[in-house]
Ligand binder design. Structure first.
Ligand code: NAD
Length: 501
């Protein structure tokens, strides 16, 4: 982890930053064919950071053509595993070397805290490139059992050109979650960052080129969803799409695929994740820290945010008292200050949406115990971390994804009610359970329909463990772990008659 220093240090870096403003296609900076461009804004200040090329279908066509040429040329897709591994290891190191620059860029573009950006970009992103690089020359095919006169090989091949469509909440980390396994597999990529946060993906493409990734293997096409995202979803020469974002847009990608070339679509989507505090749980500093982090990390702009905190009535008062104290200790403000715990919401529109949910909660009869509105004295898109008590499972704030700093306590009586309430959702991305009883922990973990269940900690796992959603949170595809490779490879059987004479 890059050591944190004084805020002035990050402001100095911000002043000197060169921000990428063009798309990246075929190994070069690329102005949109239409000449159009869009502003990307620092939500913590409202200042325009950069004017970035706005790609449309013509640019996506160019990017796909470059990716296809690279794929068919074989300089990446058919190169020796050791050679691909060496490039990705160099990319991991290059991200480490540029971590402060990238982290400041990301913080400015998204309103995320520098503390989180440094951790994600200085530690996690390089880990993803390194881990998948190391996997490349340790992955073997299979020989099927056959009669002696036959050889049946089962081999994995890269799927070809993949479209990667990303959200704004962890811009570079989500890029790494998808790019690292896709590149490790030998695919060529057309990546669309979210229109709110295009900068770090563009810079990453430059770094990848500098460390030797062949031209055309990684193309980045900034632009909006309706135009650029849809052009990727409907492109007939893209073999697979991997998407992370909202459930509504995920559904559109299925439609795009069905109306174009039936490309497989991997979907990582929204959530409404529960955190269960059972009656035997010790309400310790650790539990309270995890509960607060589960709701407020990244300002609650987190697909696996545990907003629904389902707390047994026997421990609820103690839990709430300590959660409120911890919540009040959180610092909001300048995202570039390493002491800041919660930065700005990503845009003014998103802040309005989150504030609308907070008002909705009040109207539905939940009680606001902390926060409940915009942060006084801060001009950017800040919202005070908000704690509701008395949330009931039928309320809209308990059913829809808020994606902001809101923690809602749903009181329950006993483990059966806790599990029933936790299961009562359209989503299934993540769940956390706190209990001292190990048998109960396993039982509840198995009964929760979620892609990840963490016990006595709020965790999404790490690079080694698959991440994805049940129900409306995802498709069968998984990011992370060796499972992620399945999105970017296909299986071929080669059946050989050995008795040719
Ligand atoms: P979003 O669905 O609005 O946008 C995601 C991406 O899709 C963006 O690049 C956007 O430009 C594009 N897009 C938007 N409309 C489109 C359209 N009509 N056609 C094609 N592309 C389109 O999501 P967001 O607001 O950027 O991100 C927040 C959402 O992402 C939340 O729902 C969150 O839960 C989810 N998310 C999920 C995970 C996960 O791993 N499951 C991780 C992070 C975020």
């Amino acid at each position: 982890m890059t050591p944190l220093t004084q805020p002035g240090h990050y402001h100095d870096i911000a002043r000197d930053l060169r921000l990428p403003t063009q798309a990246f296609i075929g190994g070069k900076a690329w102005s949109a064919v239409s000449g159009r461009a869009f502003e990307t804004v620092n939500p913590a200040t409202g200042a325009v950071l950069a004017v970035v090329a706005e790609c449309d279908g013509q640019d996506v066509d160019m990017a796909v053509a470059a990716a296809r040429r690279a794929f068919n040329g074989g300089a990446w897709s058919r190169t020796a595993p050791e050679a691909r591994k060496a490039v990705l290891l160099r990319l991991a190191q290059s991200v480490r070397d540029h971590a402060e620059e990238l982290a400041v860029m990301e913080s400015l573009d998204s309103g995320k805290t520098i503390k989180d950006c440094l951790h994600e970009i200085g530690t996690e992103v390089p880990t993803f490139f390194q881990w998948y690089a190391e996997l490349i020359d340790k992955t073997f095919g299979k020989i099927a059992p056959t009669a002696p006169d036959t050889l049946a090989m089962v081999v994995k091949e890269p799927v070809g050109v993949v479209g990667l469509v990303l959200p704004w909440n962890f811009p570079l980390l989500m890029a790494a979650w998808k790019l690292a396994p896709a590149l490790a597999a030998g695919c060529s990529c057309v990546l669309k960052p979210a229109e709110q946060t295009p900068l770090t993906a563009l810079r990453l493409a430059e770094l990848a080129s500098e460390v030797g990734l062949p031209d055309g293997v990684l193309n980045v096409v900034p632009g909006d969803g309706e135009t650029t995202g849809q052009a990727i979803g409907r492109h007939r020469d893209i073999d697979v799409v991997s998407f992370t974002g909202s459930t509504e847009v995920g559904a559109l990608f299925l439609r795009y695929a069905s109306e174009s070339n039936l490309k497989p679509v991997g979907l990582e989507m929204g959530g409404k994740s529960p955190l269960l505090v059972l009656e035997d749980a010790a309400i310790s500093d650790d539990l309270v820290g995890n509960a607060v982090n589960a709701a407020f990390w990244n300002g609650g702009q987190n697909c696996s945010a545990n907003m629904r905190q389902i707390v047994d009535v026997r421990v609820k008062d103690t839990f709430l008292e300590r959660v409120l104290a911890k919540t009040r200790s959180l610092r909001l403000g300048d995202p570039l200050d390493p002491e800041t715990d919660i930065g700005s919401m990503v845009t003014r529109e998103h802040r309005t949406r989150v504030l609308g949910y907070i008002d909705q909660g009040r109207r539905e009869g939940a009680r606001v115990l902390a926060g409940g509105g915009p942060t006084a004295g801060l001009a950017g898109c800040f919202i005070d971390p908000t704690v509701f008590d008395g949330v009931t499972p039928d309320m809209i704030i308990a059913r829809e994804e808020i994606f902001g700093p809101v923690l809602g306590v749903i009181p329950v009586d006993g483990v059966e009610q806790a599990v029933a309430v936790a299961r009562d959702t359209d989503y299934g991305l993540h769940a956390t359970v706190f209990t001292k009883d190990i048998d109960r922990a396993f039982d509840v973990a198995h009964r929760l329909p979620s892609g990840t269940v963490s016990v006595n900690v709020f965790s999404e796992g790490d690079v080694k463990t698959p991440f994805g959603g049940y129900k409306r949170s995802g498709s069968l595809a998984r990011d992370n772990g060796t499972e992620a490779m399945e999105q970017y490879t296909q299986t071929k059987t080669i059946w050989v008659n050995l008795k040719t004479g």
